[in-house]
Design a protein around this ligand. Structure first.
Ligand code: BG6
Length: 491
């Protein structure tokens, strides 16, 4: 274990919210069960609601699982020991007095005065700065980078556009230095996403083919079956481009398209991601198809449309679906369309990457029935993690019949290991000070530059999204976008 890590105090601000309950506390428990957290550990929940320590423990217990400690007795013991380290303090966000009060409490719980402190801001982005300033004013932040350290974790969306994001970065840096700040995009913690660089750079066969000569198009699709279901207060301020495309999908795209890093240190990986993001052409309105879901056409009871949700204004023009065509202006990718699409209330839940290879030139197997099927690499991030590669194969038998078949790596059958939740990996990295899975400030700025002009154009022109029914595949017009890019969406 990291020698700097003999003490740890985790403060989760926003401890009564969904993110904290469903993701952060379960991830901390998973790390605790696997022995990744030091014995001298304190976890403190902070939020506005009044609650006793016992009520708080009861609330978080609901979401803790025994996946890493299967025996009932062992798990119960681990849970008890973990919960003993959990405390709760209530107070107003952004109030220095409330954080001074928290400070007094921490002095009782923390093992000694030089404990490493991790602040997880599981709160809406609109109050990040107030809370960070209150933490700073209450004297919580150690200045140096070495133990005892202070680190802060925030989650996207970071701002609304390039300017607001720059301002947030600057203002936050007045309290926590860039090295102390960990900006989470939780997709970077997902198992298959972490495998992308391994797949590309640890296998001889891919890198020589990974370019415009051999790849015809790249598609990244993200779909959810749920609508906003009462989360409209948050979603209606952001929309699908700011919520998913500009961050989760652009991060995936940069890992698919970046050049090999010189080494594996976070600085080298980030440098390449920034380089490729800077080569992305700014998205124009013409490169987009925008949609908003309407009530389902059938279903019992029928699902309401986006604007019917009581947390959404009736006249909202916010998009719940977006398909985008992007180009990367560099020697590797010149002319290759990158198609991204993301939608809520669709017919399936999936996140996948499809790399479609070009047809073969002068193939001896091209006959009257056509040519062999193009190769396609399909990387399924979720659900049912898998990597499959479509090849052309001879059908066994006396005839020379060819058909497309998949070489298929299904994670659930191929691996006996548990797939960690993204937050387990990310929290462990924060604790160990490892930054490659977090968004650097230059990367953030470059990612906003790709979408900021078009986001402003959508808002200024009050662009009306195309309707699509809940549970459908999204607006049919997304098909035309792919056709204009010389390809079709692959399922
Ligand atoms: C979040 C978005 O970042 O990711 C949500 O704000 C979305 O709108 C969620 O539902 C999806 O995460 P996952 O891990 O369930 O795919």
């Amino acid at each position: 274990m990291n020698t700097e890590l003999d003490t740890l105090s985790v403060v989760v601000v926003g401890a009564s919210g969904d993110l904290a309950k469903r993701k952060i506390f379960p991830a901390l428990f998973a790390l605790y069960c696997q022995g990744f957290l030091p014995a001298e550990l304190t976890i403190t929940g902070f939020a506005r609601s009044e609650m006793s320590h016992e009520e708080f423990r009861a609330r978080i217990t609901e979401y803790l699982t025994c996946r890493y400690t299967p025996g009932e007795k062992d798990c119960a013991e681990k849970m008890e020991a973990f919960l003993d380290r959990c405390h709760y303090v209530s107070g107003q966000y952004g109030s220095t007095d409330a954080f001074l009060d928290l400070f007094m409490h921490l002095q009782q719980y923390e093992p000694h005065s030089r404990t490493n402190r991790l602040f997880y801001l599981a709160i809406p982005p609109s109050i990040f700065l107030d809370v960070a300033r209150a933490i700073g004013s209450a004297g919580f932040v150690y200045c140096g980078e070495t133990a005892p350290w202070s680190r802060v974790v925030i989650e996207k969306p970071f701002g609304h556009d390039r300017d607001s994001s720059d301002e947030l970065v600057h203002e936050l840096s007045l309290v926590f230095s860039d090295n102390q700040t960990f900006r989470i995009d939780h997709y970077l913690g997902k198992e298959v996403i972490q495998n992308l660089l391994v797949l590309r750079f640890a296998n001889r066969i891919f890198e020589p083919l990974w370019n415009r000569e051999h790849i015809r198009s790249v598609q990244i699709s993200w779909a959810e079956q749920l609508g906003v279901e009462g989360r409209g207060g948050y979603f209606d301020q952001y929309g699908i481009i700011r919520d998913v495309v500009q961050n989760h999908l652009l991060q995936i795209l940069s890992l698919v398209a970046m050049e090999p890093p010189d080494h594996l240190a976070s600085g080298a990986i980030r440098k390449e991601k920034v380089r490729v993001l800077k080569c992305m052409e700014t998205v124009e309105l013409d490169d987009l198809v925008l949609g908003q879901y309407t009530a389902s056409e059938d279903g019992d009871p029928p699902h309401p449309g986006y604007a019917d949700d009581e947390t959404v204004p009736d006249d909202s023009l916010v998009c719940t679906y977006a398909a985008a065509r992007l180009h990367i202006d560099n020697p590797r990718w010149q002319g290759v369309p990158f198609l991204l699409r993301a939608g809520k209330a669709l017919d399936r839940k999936t996140t996948e990457i499809r790399i479609l290879f070009r047809d073969l030139d002068n193939c001896v197997f091209c006959g009257p029935e056509g040519c062999p099927h193009p190769n396609e690499l399909v990387i399924r991030v979720q659900p049912d993690e898998s990597i499959s590669f479509r090849i052309t194969n001879k059908v066994p038998g006396l005839e020379m019949d060819l058909e497309a078949r998949d070489l298929d790596l299904q994670y659930d059958t191929a691996f006996s290991e548990l797939i960690p939740d993204a937050y387990e990996d990310l929290l462990l990295d924060v604790i160990q000070g490892e930054k490659s899975l977090f968004i650097g400030s230059q990367e953030l700025a470059a990612a906003w530059d790709v979408f900021t002009p078009v986001l402003h154009a959508i808002d200024e022109n009050r662009v009306r999204p195309l309707p699509y029914p809940f549970g459908s595949t999204g607006p049919a017009e997304a098909m035309d976008l792919a056709v204009k890019a010389g390809t079709v969406w692959r399922q």
